[in-house]
Design a protein. Structure first.
Length: 294
């Protein structure tokens, strides 16, 4: 059996702590995963994994040899990349992203990426909630946050600034909004936040927070966006999603002289040491593509 593949399989099992999860992630049968692990143990003449009905864990010997095995696999991947031209890049990537970023920004970026690498196939899981990258077999997640999950590797992609927006018809039928406190007299569309919706504002050295009334809430930006377009109220939207609508007059900015909290769009992945060549290429491409875009 191929020793390099066996090493990659064993490293993945050490990460997932499950033969079944590794089989799903690597798209091979569970017996084949077992064979690769046993082959690696036979080659090294030592038991590397403890197996129980509930959990798989590294033995003391496994912990000892794991760093060397990781370096070996990494070196092999670097050698592969140096010898293979970019045009020959092939493989499969599963991406998790928010619906708003997916349709407004990501698809055009992936179109350009696949023009360079047509041999790469991509599956997109669009939902506005955190996913278990290992359990869901996700190679790369794109999420907006102030502090990303510390158990994941987070590479900043771009800043995410937001704007309060509403339709002209809504604003014309309601009291004027000149300061943040005026929002208390308005209907707002909020993200699910345990029943409390507090918006934070900054103008120079001045800082304010306002608890707003949200008769309609949702867990996804584009749903709230269409609520604002329909005249239901004021929503907080990422600039990348509403800039065109503001320019066309489809929406109006509310309190534009006040700044809202700026978050960061992150590329998240489980481990640097288990990135496939296509995933690494996509990460580098996205960082370049979105550099200075927002």
């Amino acid at each position: 059996m191929d020793k390099l593949t066996a090493a990659r399989v064993l490293l993945d099992v050490a990460q997932t702590e499950s033969f079944t999860a590794t089989a799903d992630r690597l798209e091979m049968s569970r017996p084949m995963v077992t064979r690769y692990v046993e082959a690696m143990e036979n080659w090294l003449g030592a038991r590397l994994l403890n197996r129980t009905t509930r959990k798989v864990s590294l033995t003391n010997m496994g912990k000892q040899v794991l760093p060397d095995m990781q370096r070996w696999v990494e070196q092999a991947l670097h050698l592969e990349e140096s010898l293979m031209p970019g045009e020959s890049l092939t493989g499969f990537i599963r991406i998790s992203t928010s619906m708003s970023f997916g349709f407004s920004q990501l698809m055009s970026a992936l179109y350009e990426f696949r023009k360079r690498h047509p041999g790469v196939t991509i599956d997109i899981d669009a939902q506005d909630k955190a996913v278990d990258l290992v359990a869901e077999r996700v190679d790369l997640a794109i999420r907006t946050a102030s502090n990303p999950d510390p158990s994941l590797i987070g590479r900043p992609l771009a800043p995410c600034e937001s704007t309060l927006v509403a339709s002209a018809s809504y604003l014309e039928s309601r009291p004027p909004i000149t300061v943040p406190e005026d929002l208390r007299e308005h209907e707002c569309l909020g993200y699910k936040n345990f029943g409390r919706h507090e918006w934070y504002f900054t103008r120079g050295q001045e800082k304010q927070s306002v608890e707003v009334n949200c008769p309609v809430t949702g867990n996804e930006a584009t749903v709230l966006l269409h609520g604002s377009l329909a005249g239901m109220g004021i929503s907080m939207q990422p600039n990348y999603l509403v800039e065109d609508m503001l320019e066309k007059g489809e929406l109006e900015a509310v309190l534009p002289e006040w700044e809202l909290n700026t978050l960061t769009i992150y590329l998240l992945y489980a481990s640097r040491k288990h990135l496939s060549r296509p995933v690494r290429a996509l990460i580098d491409f996205l960082v370049e593509y979105f550099d200075g875009k927002f």
